[in-house]
Write a protein that binds this ligand. Structure first.
Ligand SMILES: Nc1ncnc2c1ncn2[C@@H]1O[C@H](COP(=O)(O)OP(=O)(O)OP(=O)(O)O)[C@@H](O)[C@H]1O
Ligand SMILES: [Mg+2]
Length: 254
């Protein structure tokens, strides 16, 4: 099962990715997290893992990938970045951090001033997700950058299910309408996680988001907030996040 988390900036995508990964791995599942956010550097810390080398370097770096794209696209040729399928245990070691049954890959980060846009990362993420063959107890969780550019790049194509993380803000509610449309276009099932939803914020969110698609409503957890702020690994499990893991395990066994 390959799931992608998306949503507005700061809604809690990375936090929930790390917590869901932990919850799934606690039940004995193999979990590969793909960090597909070119800007942020917090996810690996929340998972208690080292940040692996950018997968872009496996392909000779960003410049090299841009050249391949420039060669293929004007001729209408298909860009093929992998010559064989990968499985979680056989991912080249430099590009994966591991701890027990948890693994983490990073597609690529922006490192230098003027290095160019993140389009190559999008092209690579799309093919990477499609290129990973997973076993029956395996999960892939993709953490995305804020907003909807990844939909434009087709990153969702290889995913089985999409989660939108919705925080209590007007922008999130509006964005949920656009993401619902984009998920339909992509032919993917979309579910919602209401995050930091408490009191009046929770009530307003519940009116704005289709009820039957909400998998979990996660309140503000002091311990999560504190670990996030300090860049510490999440230690305790979160019951509302366990519901999301239950849902994924349940879907897989259908
Ligand atoms: N349920 C929660 N309880 C407490 N704090 C939370 C919760 N969810 C997220 N946070 C905090 O909110 C902030 C934003 O979360 P996070 O970085 O996961 O968002 P994001 O959507 O990944 O952001 P970005 O768009 O920048 O990647 C962090 O400081 C995180 O610790
Ligand atoms: Mg994030």
């Amino acid at each position: 099962m390959k799931a992608l988390l998306c949503g507005k900036g700061g809604s809690g995508k990375s936090t929930l990715t790390a917590l869901i990964a932990r919850s799934l791995s606690d039940r004995g599942c193999n979990v590969l997290v793909i960090d597909n956010d070119e800007s942020n550097f917090g996810l690996h810390r929340q998972m208690g893992l080292e940040l692996p080398d950018d997968l872009l370097n496996f392909l000779g770096g960003k410049k090299n990938l841009v050249e391949k794209m420039m060669e293929a696209f004007p001729k209408g040729e298909k860009l093929t970045l992998f010559d064989h399928k990968w499985e979680i245990p056989t991912i080249p070691e430099a590009y994966v951090s591991r701890k027990g049954n948890l693994s983490l890959m990073a597609v690529g980060k922006i490192h230098e001033f003027g290095e160019g846009c993140a389009c190559p990362m999008g092209a690579l993420a799309k093919q990477l997700i499609q290129n990973i063959d997973i076993g029956k107890d395996d999960f892939v969780l993709v953490d995305t950058e804020a907003g909807i550019e990844h939909f434009g790049r087709g990153v969702e194509e290889g995913c089985d299910i999409l989660f939108m993380v919705v925080d209590p803000s007007y922008e999130s509610i509006r964005l949920s309408e656009k993401i619902s449309e984009l998920a339909d276009n992509a032919g993917k099932q979309l579910y919602y996680i209401l995050n930091r939803a408490e009191g009046a914020g929770k009530e307003i969110l519940c009116c704005g988001i289709p009820d039957d698609r909400v998998i979990s409503t996660v309140p503000i957890h002091e311990s999560v907030f504190k670990a996030g702020l300090l860049g510490d690994e999440f230690q305790a499990s979160v019951p509302e996040v366990d519901l999301i893991a239950d849902f994924l395990v349940g879907l897989k066994s259908k």
